[in-house]
Design a protein around this ligand. Structure first.
Ligand code: AMP
Ligand code: MG
Length: 412
């Protein structure tokens, strides 16, 4: 192992620094809210009115004065209101107003007694014995969630369902989003045939290109798969030339130390500057991170190892960070979580390991996520990978992670 290779943390810091430098304001486009999931906001969104716009009942029950309800004396039912009706009131003293979830609370009422907590008799109700009501109970005051004009979602937010819901509540039928960065994917290897082809002897299907395209989409980029490059200088030069019309280039294969690993020399010929040509991680050690200026535009390039699991892990760990910066996404990059380890996992003295694993995020026996490594034949084992939904992270120098301990996982 070359001591010159950066550790995982060092490589992550190098990539993060480049991501910060590469952060930019991409071109923007207007998108219908219905199609905006996964897009990055180019302009912040503001509340168009107070949220809620009126004091809102959070329960079906009776709006009343808490003090009066707590006497447990009967209160006269003065009226009824359901969601969608304009506000009513004021509430006469000694009375209650029947109210449904989402309806405006009448002036004068300071609490809503849940329907389950009152007894009704004809036109009166009263709080059941032993129940008390606090002022403010079951009411969201006007503007408690957001004030009219207040920024509710900053630019740079990648829109998930929760953001879309808030945007909708504020009346945004369309949003201004950043155009997605275009990411070229160049698979290399004499052994590769198209997914739809029947592989001949010694050949395999090009699974990395579509896998990386899926990862790119998941990270918010627009993938473009280039024709596969054969393992010779001419084919690589040609492939790389085609790649340089986009924002970021992902090459797979051809970066190890083998006789036909020609990517690094090809990048060198084109004048690339290398930030690193390996990282102390497993899988993914031969990862190349470089940049190249072409037609006065500088582009970042990842030379990802050809082994499918190595390719996926290195994209998730490093590629997603740069992609996010190019997408204008303020919180891009690998996503980690904690889970409880089902069985011991061995570490390495000089490498951080990322072990394909399955985490049960919806466990039945206990309420905490439990993670299990998936038996594997190595970083080319797609059957193993397809049974995984994360990687267990074993930091460099760890002898073993113990069963039962909380460990870090990298989500796929
Ligand atoms: P390489 O990094 O080019 O030495 O490739 C390492 C391993 O990954 C070899 O077993 C290749 O056959 C395999 N491999 C390389 N590229 C791909 C690809 N695009 N799809 C699937 N497997 C690949
Ligand atoms: Mg190869």
């Amino acid at each position: 192992m070359s001591p010159a290779l950066p550790s995982y943390a060092e490589a992550a810091a190098i990539v993060a620094a480049h991501a910060t430098k590469a952060a930019r304001r991409p071109a923007t486009e207007r998108i219908e809210l219905e199609r905006a999931a996964g897009r990055v906001l180019a302009a912040s969104l503001h509340a168009d009115r107070d949220q809620p716009p009126f004091p809102r009942s959070t329960r079906d029950g009776f709006a009343c004065r808490a003090k009066e309800a707590n006497t447990h004396q009967p209160l006269k039912v003065a009226g009824s209101i359901h969601a969608g009706q304009p506000p009513v009131g004021p509430l006469p003293p000694g009375s209650a107003w029947e109210i449904m979830t989402g309806a405006p609370v009448p002036d004068g009422a300071d609490a809503v007694a849940m329907i389950e907590h009152v007894e009704r008799s004809g036109e009166t109700i009263r709080l059941v014995p032993r129940r008390t009501l606090e002022s403010g109970e079951n009411i969201v005051p006007e503007a408690a969630e957001a004030r009219a004009g207040e920024e509710v979602l900053p630019a740079g937010t990648r829109l998930g369902p929760q953001h879309i819901a808030f945007a909708a509540a504020c009346g945004y039928a369309t949003v201004e989003a950043f155009c997605r960065p275009r990411i070229a994917i160049l698979a290399t290897g004499d052994e590769l045939v198209a997914v739809s082809a029947a592989p001949g002897p010694g050949q395999i299907r090009n699974s990395n290109a579509v896998m990386l395209a899926a990862l790119v989409e998941q990270a918010g980029g627009e993938p473009s798969i280039l024709p596969t490059a054969a393992d010779n200088d001419h084919a690589l030069d040609e492939g790389l030339r085609q790649a340089f019309t986009v924002d970021l280039v992902l090459i797979t294969g051809g970066v190890s130390a083998g006789k036909f690993d020609l990517v690094e020399p090809a990048l060198t010929r084109l004048g690339a500057r290398f930030h690193f040509t390996g990282v102390r991680i497993q899988p993914g050690k031969p990862l190349v991170f470089a940049e190249l200026t072409h037609s006065s535009k500088t582009r970042k390039i990842f030379g990802l190892p050809g082994n499918p699991i190595s390719s996926a892990a290195t994209f998730l760990l490093f590629g997603s960070r740069i992609l996010g910066a190019l997408a204008g996404n303020a919180h891009a990059g690998p996503r980690f979580a904690l889970a409880y380890l089902a069985k011991d996992v061995k570490g390495k003295p000089d490498l951080t390991r990322f072990v394909p694993s399955f985490c049960d995020f919806n466990p039945t026996a206990s309420d905490l996520p439990e993670v299990k490594t998936v038996p594997s034949q190595g970083s080319g084992d797609l059957a193993c990978f397809s049974r995984s939904n994360c990687f267990v992270v074993v930091p460099e120098g760890t002898e073993r992670l113990k069963a039962g301990s909380a460990v870090r996982i990298l989500l796929i």
